[in-house]
Design a protein around this ligand. Structure first.
Ligand code: DX5
Ligand code: ZN
Length: 220
């Protein structure tokens, strides 16, 4: 039975052929489009913003999973809702009033996600876990695709699984950064529900096949 969701990260797509790459994801075994928004302040890189997401949305029917690596994300919640985001993930480290931000995202009808940087401890989610739909564990430092996977991630997934169980919460666990067919199974065994993969998919010779391979490896 296949259960793990695969979310190709369009950060690694060919922006000169964005329509082609979005359509490739659409016709593949992928479940969500993962969309990385970077502001050059929270992370040392700038990716893309509203006009590009609008172009993606034009060719997408699968859910848009938007990952905000920006400071003060509250300012843009309405805009991302209008762009049709199915889930909106903000960084724990970027939100002073995380509970308020999460409520505002849900009030707009989107799934609310919280992302944790590699150094941020799972225990900090104790008082918010029942309010959120997704926890995104960064398995690289946010800002760039193509980095190597941080091994401590497995331990974090297990701690988060325990927390979710203990609190009787239902948040999904999403892993982002350095995901390949080599670590997919170990990630799902540890408790991951969603795997994001950028360069492993888009830099491969046959991205459609690679997405299927990832799904197979994850649920093996
Ligand atoms: C990194 C982004 C990721 C990135 C993953 O800050 O959040 O979504 O695109 O890329 P890979 O899979 O190449 O590590
Ligand atoms: Zn991401």
């Amino acid at each position: 039975m296949t259960k793990t969701k695969i979310a190709p990260s369009l950060l690694a797509a060919d922006f000169g052929n964005l329509q082609r790459d979005v359509e490739m994801v659409e016709s593949s075994a992928a479940d969500w489009h993962h969309i990385d928004v970077m502001d050059g302040v929270f992370v040392p890189n700038i990716s893309y913003g509203m006009p590009v997401i609008k172009a993606i949305q034009k060719y997408a029917t699968k859910p848009l999973d938007v990952h905000l690596m920006i400071i003060d994300p509250d300012r843009y919640i309405d805009s991302f809702a209008e762009l049709g985001a199915a889930s909106l993930t903000v960084h724990y480290e970027a939100c002073t009033h995380l509970h308020r931000t999460v409520q505002a995202i849900k009030a707009k009808g989107m799934k609310a996600g919280v992302a944790l940087n590699p150094h941020t401890n799972i225990s900090l989610l104790e008082d918010i876990i029942n309010d959120i739909d997704i926890v995104l564990i960064m398995s690289v430092n946010p800002g760039f695709g193509g980095q190597s996977f941080i091994e401590n991630t497995y331990q974090k997934i297990k701690s988060l699984r325990e927390l979710i169980k203990r609190k009787k919460a239902s948040a999904l666990i999403e892993i982002d950064g350095g995901v390949t067919t080599k670590n997919a199974k170990q990630l799902t065994d540890a408790g991951a529900d969603i795997l994001v993969a950028g360069s492993f998919v888009f830099k491969s010779d046959n991205p459609t096949q690679t997405i299927s391979d990832l799904k197979k490896a994850a649920d093996y």
